[in-house]
Design a binder for this molecule. Structure first.
Ligand SMILES: Cc1cc2nc3c(=O)[nH]c(=O)nc-3n(C[C@H](O)[C@H](O)[C@H](O)COP(=O)(O)O)c2cc1C
Length: 489
């Protein structure tokens, strides 16, 4: 493949890897080789079987976007080495080519004589689907054992290896320029933990209540849509993992599986888990009203990939559903809460997606059970501040709201380590949500990935508590944390 990150659609520019390619008959900067252009000749479609015969170093064809190219002469000049090209000879190489090259690299650099024809677009689609299946299957087989995954970043990397480009983009993306998205992952770096020493921490306990429900840990699974893009068992993986470990799961209204099926699965888990210590009874509900999504955020990465192929996975729905018009309503306002409270019939309601201390105050005045300080994983309003910064601001401006035993404040966004969780708790959050972490986990290893992620967080939380000199969650105090003055940076 031609590896040239820098190459642009520039008429005067040397071809990709120009130095090494000089001997080759490439048309410098020319677009004449572009299929369908000036030199395009009407000819019957080629079949993939025909292409497959050209898989030798002196006779190598590849298919890119349905166009067939003879790359035999180019092999020795490929800046990334001939081996990678040869490995794709006789095949549809669209996927790997696109990962490594700017658009039109091949068209702009190879002479038209190397253009052999086109594959029937329908067949090309099928071939690239099959190539993607094969890549995913191979990647799954190459995944390391789940027990060897040591941190949440490793879990994310494992998931990305087995996901299609499009599904990765759907999970990963943020709104517009990703300012908030990137900020989320850095937000905890502005603070430091302040340990106390010589305290007996031999009996550390992480148990607490999250959304009024008993929880083994001060973390919960934040609701996220479309788990089915990552794994055929989708949200079942998450239900099972949460039940096994005793943490609370938020279910998205845009979940790929219906709520009643997830609740049935929860009951089944309760039967299965002998001790039932954490599993049983947790189908009690709290209602999270997402208020940062009155319109769907502007996610350009997803929009760019709309209608492209290569998103399919074995047994998995191909297109992420990014629409759900019924779930967005620009008219949503505080007066709607009376209506919702009527429907909820006493089920506690939490507002998810609050940033400002004034809105936290309003939520309390409206008799709600609490709020989640969140920017929706950076997917809604770019430049919105982070959940953690909102918590810091609340702590500075209205600390009483964080001390009210009848009103809970949670945060989410960018949480990857046990220390992140402890920082939030020290400032008064009751618990911390993780969104993508569980999408990645179930994608890579299904239920086992979800359990592994929770166990990793558990061990990091316990370790950090002990090193901080804290035995119980309720012992975490603002004295345990010191932060830079700026709320964002
Ligand atoms: C792919 C994806 C889908 C999401 N879907 C929803 C949703 O349907 N409802 C909702 O309230 N939040 C949704 N969220 C936001 C999460 O609940 C959570 O706020 C966010 O992911 C936290 O950031 P993190 O991913 O860095 O942990 C989604 C997030 C992602 C990444």
């Amino acid at each position: 493949m031609i590896q040239n990150e820098e190459a642009k659609d520039d008429e005067d520019r040397a071809p990709a890897g120009a130095k090494g390619s000089k001997k080759l008959e490439v048309e410098t900067g020319s677009r004449r080789g572009r299929p369908g252009g000036r030199y395009a000749v009407k000819q019957p479609y080629l079949s993939m079987d025909q292409v497959a015969k050209h898989n030798l170093s002196n006779d190598a064809w590849v298919v890119i976007d349905g166009n067939v190219w003879d790359v035999s002469d180019f092999l020795p000049h490929h800046p990334g080495g001939s081996r990678i090209v040869l490995a794709n000879a006789g095949k549809d190489a669209t996927e790997i080519y696109k990962e490594l090259h700017p658009p039109n690299t091949i068209e702009n650099n190879l002479s038209p004589k190397y253009f052999k024809g086109r594959i029937d677009p329908e067949l090309a689609k099928e071939a690239s689907y099959e190539a993607e299946m094969k890549r995913i299957q191979d990647a799954r087989e190459a995944l390391p054992a789940v027990e060897t995954i040591l941190g949440l970043q490793e879990m994310e990397d494992a998931a990305k290896a087995v996901l299609s480009t499009k599904s990765t983009a759907y999970y990963e993306t943020g709104a517009l320029d990703h300012v908030t998205l990137k900020e989320n992952s850095k937000t905890f770096r502005k603070c430091r933990l302040v340990p106390r020493v010589m305290r007996d921490v031999g009996t550390t306990s992480t148990t607490t209540k999250v959304f009024g429900l008993p929880s083994a840990l001060p973390i919960y699974i934040s609701p996220a849509s479309n788990a089915l893009l990552g794994h055929p068992d989708a949200e079942f993986n998450i239900v099972r993992g949460a039940a096994r470990t005793g943490i609370v799961q938020g279910v998205s209204a845009a979940s790929s599986l219906p709520l009643n099926e997830l609740l049935d699965e929860k009951h089944n888990m309760d039967e299965e888990i002998e001790e039932g210590k954490w599993g049983r009874g947790l189908v009690d509900r709290a209602l999270l009203l997402t208020v940062d999504s009155n319109v769907l955020g502007h996610r350009q990465t997803n929009e760019k990939l709309k209608g492209t192929t290569g998103d399919a996975q074995p047994g998995i729905r191909a297109e992420p559903n990014t629409e759900w018009p019924a779930y967005h309503d620009a008219r949503l306002n505080w007066d709607d809460l009376d209506w919702l409270k009527g429907l909820a019939k006493g089920t506690p309601i939490y507002l998810k997606g609050v940033c400002s201390a004034e809105d936290v105050q309003l939520a309390k005045e409206h008799g709600l059970a609490g709020v989640i300080l969140s920017n929706h994983g950076g997917r809604q309003l770019d430049y919105a501040r982070t959940g953690f910064d909102s918590l810091r601001s609340l702590h500075q401006t209205k600390p009483d709201l964080l001390r009210d035993p009848k009103f809970d404040v949670y945060i989410d966004g960018g949480v990857k380590r046990g220390s992140d969780v402890l920082m939030a708790l020290a400032l008064g959050a009751r618990g911390v949500g993780l969104g993508r972490a569980f999408l990645w986990a179930q994608t890579a290893y299904g239920e086992k990935g979800v359990v592994r992620t929770i166990r990793i967080m558990e061990s990091e939380i316990i370790m950090a508590m002990r090193l901080l000199g804290v035995n119980k969650i309720s012992e975490l105090k603002p004295e345990n944390i010191e932060c830079l003055q700026e709320v964002w940076r």
